[in-house]
Design a protein around this ligand. Structure first.
Ligand SMILES: Nc1ncnc2c1ncn2[C@@H]1O[C@H](COP(=O)(O)OP(=O)(O)OP(=O)(O)O)[C@@H](O)[C@H]1O
Ligand SMILES: [Mg+2]
Length: 388
């Protein structure tokens, strides 16, 4: 995280109101300081953080607080655009450069000239497109697909990812040179569970804004209910909290939201951390270990790459499983009774994807979200592993 010179509390509050990114924890205040310092420059920025932590809102804030705010910010989700057309979407193409290229077309970079481009899910960008992006970063020049001349462009680049790019670089899924270039200014947005003191304020802001916009009389959350909200892990981070608050207001018909409701809505009577699950008696240690990893992934919605790292560490003996893991039998469809043999990471990944697809009844969108990979990556892996 870049360190910023201190700005006054007053300025901090003003900036927060202006950009609508709330929180009073030291982590958020430092984040706002950094944004306020970096925004007026033309430096490219890499935003990292789990899903729902506010990467998009911060990208827009940086643009809004910059001298480019009279021009547009163009958001491109690199994980949602099919690999084959991403390059032409970004850089445009010349007539006849590929089948279907009936005319010349400008890309997002040209459209964002004098403004900002927000490259969301940058970790999903194919390697050959990464080369071209690096070129724009270094020379401010690009070539349209099928073109022969370079074009100058004046665009600030903000990129975001919820992937561990260090790991992607090690795996040769992300170019080291591009990563070093991007991470010069890296802003990490901490997950909500690491700044629980922000929860009461966020609940209030979301409740106020929702009830005012929809003109709903609302009696508020009880103090105990706020304590329960503080205890929850929020795998979907602030997005999940916001949705929760809005749903709670509707389902309680504007009446006080009590802790009983919150506990049951968040499944907190039943839900237990993966390490403390109910007793299993009929599993081998290998099965138990494998299921613990799966379960942790599903429960915490960790990035697949993090799990892979853990698996690597387990395989290499760097991490010991101290306790016999405990779990119930029915959390996931088909892992129960077969004998477990050591498996390759790919085999485990295949099984995990299959199980998650089953869990979401084949819904690829939900599956991709739960696994925190893009839908495109999921499609690719479904094909790769013959799961369709
Ligand atoms: N600190 C915050 N204050 C107010 N609203 C917030 C804050 N953080 C996130 N939000 C809200 O949470 C939601 C999710 O934020 P956003 O889309 O920016 O997350 P993200 O990190 O881009 O997630 P993803 O990786 O899934 O794309 C939005 O409704 C946003 O307004
Ligand atoms: Mg986003």
């Amino acid at each position: 995280m870049v360190k910023a010179d201190q700005i006054s509390q007053q300025t901090l509050d003003r900036v927060q109101e202006q950009i609508g990114f709330y929180g009073k924890s030291p982590e958020v205040e430092e984040l706002i300081q950094t944004i306020a310092t970096v925004a007026p420059t033309d430096l490219s920025v890499l935003l990292t953080g789990e899903s729902g932590t506010g990467k998009e809102i911060i990208a827009k804030a940086i643009h809004q607080l910059s001298h480019r705010n009279d021009n547009s910010i163009i958001s491109v989700n690199c994980g949602a655009i099919p690999e084959g057309i991403l390059e032409s979407e970004l850089f445009g193409h010349e007539k006849g450069s590929f089948t279907g290229a009936v005319g010349q077309k400008k890309g997002y970079f040209e459209a964002a000239d004098k403004g900002t481009i927000f490259l969301d899910e940058i970790g999903e960008m194919p390697l050959n497109t990464q080369v071209k992006l690096l070129r724009v970063l270094e020379t401010s020049e690009f070539m349209r697909v099928g073109g022969t001349t370079s074009h100058k462009v004046d665009v600030r680049i903000i990129a975001a990812t919820n992937k561990d790019l260090d790991y992607a670089v090690q795996n040769n899924d992300f170019r080291r040179d591009l990563y070093y270039r991007l991470k010069a200014i890296k802003i990490e947005i901490p997950p909500l569970r690491k700044r629980r003191n922000d929860i009461p304020l966020l609940v209030k802001k979301f409740a106020d804004s929702y009830t005012t916009t929809n003109n709903i009389p609302f009696k508020g959350f009880s103090p105990e209910s706020i304590e329960v909200l503080r205890d929850y892990n929020w795998p979907g981070n602030v997005r999940e909290l916001r949705n929760f608050v809005e749903t709670a207001i509707i389902l309680n018909k504007g009446d006080v939201v009590h802790s009983d409701y919150v506990r049951s809505a968040l499944n907190m009577e039943k839900s237990t951390p993966a390490e403390n699950l109910p007793v299993p008696l009929n599993k081998t240690p290998e099965q138990a270990e494998r299921e613990l990893i799966y379960r942790t992934l599903i429960a915490l919605k960790l990035d697949l790459s993090e799990i892979k790292e853990t698996l690597h560490a387990l395989i290499n003996g760097q991490v010991q499983m101290n306790e016999q893991p405990e779990y119930d039998n029915n959390w996931i469809g088909n892992t129960s009774s077969q004998e477990v043999k050591p498996q390759s990471l790919n085999a485990m990944e295949r099984e995990l994807i299959k199980d998650t697809l089953n869990k979401y009844e084949g819904n690829r969108r939900k599956t991709a979200r739960a696994l925190q990979i893009s839908e495109r990556t999921l499609y690719r892996k479904i094909n790769e592993y013959g799961l369709s």
